[in-house]
Design a protein around this ligand. Structure first.
Ligand SMILES: Cc1cc2nc3c(=O)[nH]c(=O)nc-3n(C[C@H](O)[C@H](O)[C@H](O)COP(=O)(O)O)c2cc1C
Ligand code: SF4
Ligand code: SF4
Length: 347
């Protein structure tokens, strides 16, 4: 007799890693003759979810963004109806390979916040399990090569199988507790990323001259964060930096504006120290309010400069300058998408 009457998995995924983990988990459940339903959070309205029986296991799987679950996942969990089911939280983090070892990513407060939210709704947390899938954060590092990606997928498939077996046999699995101290220590950075960093990264994308306005990025964005301004894709603050658009553009036209970003960061810092800080000092405004004001102004400036960048991208000199100082433009940087199982699975 099965421990659970059914398994219901909710996942969010930018570049396919979390989707893969959801599929691998469901493979194990199906082999144990369990009914398993998988929902993509970005395409699921909470009120449209079929009632879940008390004996079903609910699983949430999502990438970690800035040491927390992304806003779309947290909002989904926050709005999730109350219940008494057992819940397992999983995430996929930035795995890298050194020799035959996969270095772990950092979960931060993802499990802590979502466990508190779910427990306050009556759920019982039965597991918190991170998986170190290939890092997809190619705004800040080049994409991993395919051999490494294949290795990391294979290793994680084995890990998912092992942990799914344990969970589906009715046991608890709190693998994440081994990172608890590190996760708590990093909490201030998680909050900084959630309130400020996330918005900054959203404004690092632009569509280069290679864009043919096919509209794929606009249609596929899970949070509808890209709109068209002056006939060209424009990234709004809604962007989760999930990397889906950048890694799916058929023309490889979406770039991170590294050069321009360094220039803007320098400019905003100068404006802050030369004009804003002396002004606040003169008005006797205290340190933490000053910090918040400077950050808000920084984001305001970023928005303004980003809009200007969008306009000048049409001019040939500016376009070349911005494009050639974007590291993502160069071939070696690459793009990342989770690979299909046949590329690594031994039959
Ligand atoms: C904006 C952004 C922030 C990230 N922050 C973290 C992080 O804080 N810790 C971590 O381990 N991995 C981090 N990563 C890596 C991803 O969580 C990881 O590659 C994940 O498996 C991607 O899953 P997906 O393909 O389902 O979107 C980040 C990636 C992005 C794009
Ligand atoms: S997917 Fe690429 S080519 Fe198509 S509109 Fe977006 S940026 Fe342009
Ligand atoms: S704009 Fe791109 S990176 Fe941002 S949420 Fe949409 S698909 Fe993800």
């Amino acid at each position: 007799m099965n421990t659970y009457s059914a398994i219901v998995i909710f996942y969010f995924s930018g570049t396919g890693n979390s989707k893969k983990v959801a599929e691998w988990f469901s493979e194990v459940a199906i082999k144990k003759n369990m009914i398993c339903n998988i929902y993509d959070i970005s395409k699921t309205e909470i009120h449209s979810i079929e009632p879940i029986s008390n004996n079903s296991l609910i699983v949430f799987i999502s990438p970690v963004h800035g040491f927390n679950y992304p806003k779309i996942t947290l909002r989904f969990i926050k709005n999730f109806p109350s219940g008494k089911n057992k819940v397992v939280l999983m995430n996929t983090r930035a795995g890298m390979k050194i020799g035959s070892i996969i270095t772990p990513g950092i979960t931060g407060i993802a499990f802590i916040i979502s466990s508190i939210l779910l427990k306050s709704k009556g759920y019982k947390i039965a597991g918190q399990i991170p998986f170190d899938m290939p890092s997809n954060w190619i705004s800040i590092h080049p994409a991993l090569n395919e051999k490494t990606v294949r290795f990391i997928h294979q290793e994680n498939f084995d890990r998912v199988k092992k942990h799914s077996d344990k969970i589906l046999d009715g046991k608890k699995d709190f693998l994440a507790l081994r990172d608890l101290i590190q996760d708590i220590l990093i909490a201030p950075i998680s909050l900084g990323y959630f309130f400020i960093g996330r918005n900054v990264f959203a404004k690092s994308f632009y569509a280069s001259y290679k864009c043919d306005n096919c509209g794929i990025c606009i249609n596929q964005c899970p949070v509808k964060a890209i709109k068209t301004i002056k006939g060209h894709p424009y990234w709004t603050f809604n962007c989760e930096s999930c990397m889906k658009c950048m890694n799916s553009c058929p023309k490889r036209a979406i770039e991170t504006a590294h050069g321009l970003f360094v220039f803007l960061a320098f400019l905003i810092l100068r404006i802050s120290t030369v004009i804003i800080t002396p002004f606040l000092y003169y008005r006797d405004i205290n340190g933490s309010i000053e910090f918040i004001l400077i950050n808000l102004l920084g984001i305001g400036f970023l928005f303004l400069f980003y809009y200007l960048q969008h306009l000048i991208l049409k001019k040939s000199v500016a376009r070349k300058l911005i494009t050639y100082t974007s590291l993502t433009y160069y071939k070696f940087w690459g793009r990342y998408k989770s690979i299909p199982d046949f590329k690594w699975k031994k039959i």
